[in-house]
Design a protein around this ligand. Structure first.
Ligand code: TRP
Length: 451
């Protein structure tokens, strides 16, 4: 394949890019975050609003990020430098993305480390070594959390150091089909168990009275995180795109893939909770709310697997945590790639050195968080809930009012020749100029408690 962007690397083709970008999108946000949000936000009502957020807000922003990336063939900082020559302010949007990406990766590593240690915990449980199982199953701060977070960081460094097509693309090409296979198998298994019907009802029968501004804003935040938007990950991935690629279509595939996997994860987790309940596992807390988050993934579900018991329990448990681990790994890759591409492009560092240096810095922050996981909440508030919407808003405003949507559409002509005159060309700018910024601004103001 031709190297159209010099020595930076390139995707080998359309499938490679789509799998890598979908791998970035599909992560703990889909398989853990989304079902949790559905459970705590009134089931199907959340699902409907989330669907709209993905396609009406997420998709247009994804197209914007990919166009900026391909037009400049640069990391986020370099991309804004190139499109706004001489400006001091604009590249800050890219810097913000690099910082937010590093911070998200720092805590993501710790959670991903837990999912990895639970693969082993399931084996320890099966072989009856309770003390080992308890040690591996701990999700409090300490040496065990630290070791697994570092193992995860090392795995990510190894893949990113391998380059765009040789490392990232090759890894995601094997992991994504595996992930989908496991997810489908597990969903079929859970849906055929007693008790799953109630979970399915909660998930699919909407109660429209539950839709309120809080729910809409959570859905939008979740869509942003899940689609990996707002910090330039897709500017970076877009920078390795071939000029023959149809950007609106590729973004459509990625959005659809991410949405479908979240939807499938919902079909697995919500019914699994009720299967667990029918087997005597407690799924509501003292206040009567469904147990969520760490409690759900690391307590309720493992209890279900142990209830199932025997070799089936082992297989199901190991498969589930392995699924979470690979989903997390395809995402941590994209989070590390952003700061690495920055060092490679802007400081002329070679990729291997850049991966190790950035990995070491981020790993050090992960260590601090691994010893005090209560910091995760703080990081989520600052970088997910605040950092991503702010980044997304700035990217939108930049494309809409500085670079201009006409130029972005011109960039998209390569790979989509008859774009001018298409419905896409008349609708997309409206979303980038008005609808997306307005909705993102609302999320942001809500996060700040202003509305
Ligand atoms: N989308 C991933 C998930 O759902 C997380 C992620 C990876 C991410 N890269 C990102 C989030 C970039 C925001 C920005 O788990």
């Amino acid at each position: 394949m031709a190297m159209t962007t010099g020595g930076r690397g390139n995707w080998s083709g359309r499938t490679g890019f789509i799998l890598a970008a979908a791998g970035s999108a599909v992560g703990l946000g889909n398989i853990w975050g989304f079902p949790n949000q559905v459970a705590s936000n009134g089931g199907a009502a959340f699902l409907i609003v989330y669907t709209l957020c993905c396609f009406l807000v997420g998709y247009p922003v994804m197209v914007a990020e990919l166009s900026v990336g391909r037009a400049t063939a640069k990391n986020p900082v370099g991309a804004f430098r190139k499109l706004a020559p001489g400006s001091f302010i604009m590249p800050l949007i890219g810097f913000w993305g690099v910082i937010v990406g590093m911070a998200i990766l720092a805590f993501y590593n710790v959670i991903a480390g837990w999912t990895l240690s639970y693969v082993l915990e399931e084996f320890a449980q099966f072989f009856g070594s309770d003390t080992t199982a308890a040690l591996l199953g701990a999700t409090d701060g300490g040496i065990k959390s630290a070791i697994f977070a570092l193992v995860f960081m090392l795995g990510t460094i190894t893949i990113v150091a391998g380059g765009v097509s040789g490392g990232i693309e090759r890894a995601t090409k094997t992991m994504m089909p595996l992930l989908i296979g496991i997810l489908l198998l597990m969903t079929v298994y859970v849906l055929t168990r007693d008790g799953s019907g109630e979970g399915l009802r909660q998930y699919l029968l909407p109660d429209f009275s539950k839709i309120n501004t809080g729910l809409i804003l959570s859905a939008l935040g979740q869509a942003f995180f899940s689609l990996s938007l707002g910090m330039g990950a897709l500017i970076t991935y877009g920078s390795y795109l071939d000029r023959k690629m149809n950007i609106p279509q590729a973004a459509g595939f990625v959005t659809l893939a991410d949405f479908s996997i979240a939807f499938l994860a919902g079909l697995l987790i919500l019914p699994a909770m009720y299967v667990a309940q029918s087997r005597g596992v407690q799924i509501v807390d003292d206040s009567g709310a469904l147990i969520q988050s760490t409690g759900l993934v690391f307590n309720v579900l493992p209890e279900l697997f142990h209830q199932i018991g025997g070799i089936t329990g082992l297989v199901v448990g190991v498969m589930f945590f392995f699924l979470l681990t690979i989903a997390a790994l395809t995402s941590t890759i994209s989070l590390l790639e952003v700061p690495v591409s920055y060092l490679v492009d802007e400081h002329g560092m070679n990729r291997k050195k850049a991966s190790i240096l950035m990995g070491a810095i981020i790993g050090a922050i992960s260590l601090i968080i691994a010893f005090d996981p209560s910091l995760i909440g703080l990081f989520v508030t600052i970088f997910n809930n605040f950092g991503l919407p702010v980044g997304g808003l700035m990217i939108c405003l930049f494309v809409a009012y500085y670079w201009k949507t006409e130029k972005a559409l011109k960039e998209m002509e390569d790979g989509y020749e008859d774009i001018s005159g298409s419905a896409f060309a008349s609708i997309w700018p409206i979303f980038v100029k008005f609808i997306c910024p307005l909705l993102i601004a609302l999320v942001f103001l809500n996060t700040l408690g202003v509305i």
